[in-house]
Design a protein around this ligand. Sequence first.
Ligand SMILES: Nc1ncnc2c1ncn2[C@@H]1O[C@H](COP(=O)(O)OP(=O)(O)OP(=O)(O)O)[C@@H](O)[C@H]1O
Ligand SMILES: O=P(O)(O)OC[C@H]1O[C@H](OP(=O)(O)OP(=O)(O)O)[C@H](O)[C@@H]1O
Ligand SMILES: [Mg+2]
Length: 281
Amino acid sequence: MLRVALPNKGVLSEPAAAMLREAGYRQRSDSKELVTLDPDNGIEFYYLRPKDIAVYVGEGTLDLGITGRDMLLDSGSPADEILSLGFGKSTFWLAAKPGTATSLSEIANLRVATSYAGLVGKYLAEQGISAQVIRLDGAVETAIRLGVADVIADVVETGATLRQAGLELFGEPLLESEAVLVRRSTAAPVEGLDLMMRRLQGVLVARNYVLMDYDLPEDKVDDAAKINSGLEGLTVSPLHRANWVAVRVMVPRREAQRLMDDLWEIGARAILVTDIHACRL
Ligand SMILES: Nc1ncnc2c1ncn2[C@@H]1O[C@H](COP(=O)(O)OP(=O)(O)OP(=O)(O)O)[C@@H](O)[C@H]1O
Ligand SMILES: O=P(O)(O)OC[C@H]1O[C@H](OP(=O)(O)OP(=O)(O)O)[C@H](O)[C@@H]1O
Ligand SMILES: [Mg+2]
């Protein structure tokens, strides 16, 4: 039986459950449930605090988990990322009141408040900066106003929280984070893991790609392939119109509009874009 840890609350919780549902796994129906069995797939899902997930997986108590890359690094746990999941994206930054510091080197001997003390401590040590790390549980922005710290190191998504606290970013980002699937590097093979990886990869492709269909003069097929030849080459079918063919190709969703423009330029017409609901590559 595969045992998988998922965030029980917070920003990663719903998107993680949605992704697993999309991949065909049963998820809890009540947010108070701590464990759910998916008998059809032989999996037990454990709903845990996102920060604890890397600890359980690193110790080998659970086979797999979904957590943030920042939380994985913060935990110092011997678990590895095995798949990036494309949601829960954030950037980890230093911030302070304007005029406090413009670069990392200027925070030497200052107090840095964070709820990611493991991650920040390691980063400062690697960069050779000696600053005092103040470990807090959350709402670290307020630590500066209350005089507990001079600088904060925290997750930034929109920047709205920082702006409200009158703080600004400085230096370089410490980390780009997103939700990741984690597994202990030394763990023994476990049944159901390869299947789950394939299914999740299928969900990622279905989310990130669209299907493009168009009609094209036959002598333009090579030009079309140069614009985009999909994952495994163009599918070219006969069209009931002399010297024309129908083409089907998978393209990255974010490039779809530009590709339609380029294909139109070489003579493609009736260009259609449709969502992919599921796939297995
Ligand atoms: N806007 C955001 N705010 C906070 N975390 C975010 C945001 N966007 C993405 N994340 C990611 O989500 C994870 C943090 O999740 P969450 O805030 O739910 O955990 P937590 O801070 O431990 O829990 P809580 O806030 O309930 O104490 C991190 O991996 C972080 O990078
Ligand atoms: O850039 P923004 O979009 O404003 O998001 C970032 C904010 O969100 C997180 O707080 P969270 O809600 O997790 O509360 P916490 O500080 O108690 O963890 C994070 O710690 C920042 O405060
Ligand atoms: Mg939080």
